[in-house]
Every structure is written in C-alpha cells, then in structure tokens.
Design a binder for this molecule. Structure first.
Ligand SMILES: C[S@@+](CC[C@H](N)C(=O)[O-])C[C@H]1O[C@@H](n2cnc3c(N)ncnc32)[C@H](O)[C@@H]1O
Length: 217
C-alpha cells in the first residue's frame, strides 16, 4: 500500500469514528441553544454589577413602596420617574395613585416584565417603561424622581440633580440618602427609610423643614 493510500485509509477511519449521529447533533444543538438562552437571560442581570457604579436588581420592600407613596402625598401629583425601575413595582404603585409614571431600566427582561404587568393591571395609560441608562436620562422633564440606588452613586447623582432639579421637583431617595443634602422629610426606619428632598431643603438655599415620621409597624 502506498503512503497516499495509508493516509486516506486513516482519514476514513477517523471520519467514521467521529461522525455525528442525528441524536448527537440534536443534543449538541439543544445544548447550544440552552447556553445561548441562558447567556441572554442572565447577562442583563449581571451587567449592572460590572459597570462603574454597580447597581444590581434589588426590589423595594412593600413597606418601602408605601413609604415612597407617603413621601409623595403632598407633591401635587404630575409626572414621576423611577430611575432604575427594576420590576416596575414603584412605577405601577405610583400609577395607581394617579401619577403619570415612567421607569427607566437597563435590563431588557425587567422592562418587558414591567410592561407586561402594567398591561395586566390595566395601567398602560399611566405607566410606561423604557430601556434606558439613568445617567443619560434628562431628569428635568419630571415633577417627581424616585431612586432606590446604592451608596456609591448618591454623590454623582446629586451632581446630576444639582444641574437638572427644578424648583417644584420632589426627589425621593430609598435606603441611601443624598450626602450633604438636608431632607425635607424622612419617613420610615431602617432599610425601609425614604428621604424626600425639595429644592427648598437644599443646603445652598439653607431652608429646611425636616419632619421625621415613624412608619407604623
Ligand atoms: C436597587 S434596584 C431598584 C429597583 C426598583 N426601583 C425598586 O425599587 O424595586 C436598581 C435597578 O437599577 C437598574 N440599573 C442599574 N444600572 C442602571 C442604569 N445605568 N440605568 C438604568 N437602570 C439601571 C438595575 O438593573 C436594577 O433593576
């Protein structure tokens, strides 16, 4: 047998040995699809953790949502923006209370889920959700801003609000207050605390009316 014949015979053996059966190809295809699907679902949840400001999805507690609504009671209604709206619970509750509420959220799955819940609750006219970066959102268009953020973002967010906050705007911070800003009102305790800020309570104007309210347990 010539060298060429030997190599060709060996290749034939290899081809026979490693030829994919239909079942093998199907299993490989399904595994690939599962891997791609898993990646597509999980990545939007992990990516906020990889950004400069790590802001993961942690939903507000029921008490926290109630405290936000209490804080906004005297705000006069109007438009509301929840920056980093998660599963949409604050936006939907605000819409139930008569606000024209919007949520901006990076995670596409949370945006789709929020839209679905809004449709199920019949709140489509009053609640909207947009996949958008909060840092690229113009806050000045809204009457009320709600943020449930993380401590490290409160300073840069304060700088952004210093440029975009107008005199009739109410800002509600959940769990972490803005550094150096006097709250107009503090509601609740512990992890459910929310702070209400108005332009009149900002230190530059040096007027404030701090009223601490204890949430009934
Ligand atoms: C702590 S959760 C708050 C969720 C909701 N506001 C609540 O109170 O239940 C923060 C949310 O912000 C989102 N997020 C993180 N970085 C963001 C960004 N740059 N722009 C918009 N949303 C962002 C996260 O995906 C997460 O859902």
């Amino acid at each position: 047998m010539s060298d060429v014949e030997v190599i060709s015979a060996e290749n034939k053996n290899i081809n026979t040995k490693y030829k994919l059966t239909t079942t093998g190809a199907t299993i490989l295809g399904i595994s690939g699809a599962i891997a791609v699907g898993f990646y597509a679902v999980v990545t939007p949840f992990l990516s906020p953790a990889l950004r400069k400001v790590c802001l993961p999805f942690v939903p507000a507690t029921t008490t926290q949502v109630q405290n936000v609504m209490r804080a906004l009671k005297g705000s006069g209604g109007g438009t509301l923006l929840d920056i980093g709206s998660g599963d949409g619970r604050i936006v939907l509750e605000a819409a139930k209370h008569g606000f024209k509420a919007t949520g901006v959220e990076l995670n596409i799955w949370l945006v789709l889920y929020s839209k679905f819940r809004s449709w199920r609750l019949g709140l489509n006219q009053r609640a909207g959700f947009v996949r958008q970066d909060l840092w690229k959102t113009d806050l000045s268009e809204f009457d009320n801003i709600v943020i449930f953020g993380v401590e490290q973002m409160m300073m840069p967010l304060k700088d952004k609000l210093n440029k975009e906050m107008h005199s009739s705007m109410s800002v509600v911070a959940c769990r972490f207050p803005f550094p150096d800003w006097e709250p107009y009102q503090t509601i609740g305790t512990g992890i459910d605390t929310v702070w209400l800020y108005r332009k009149s309570s900002s230190p530059s104007i040096k007027e404030h009316n701090t009223e601490d309210l204890e949430m009934e347990r």
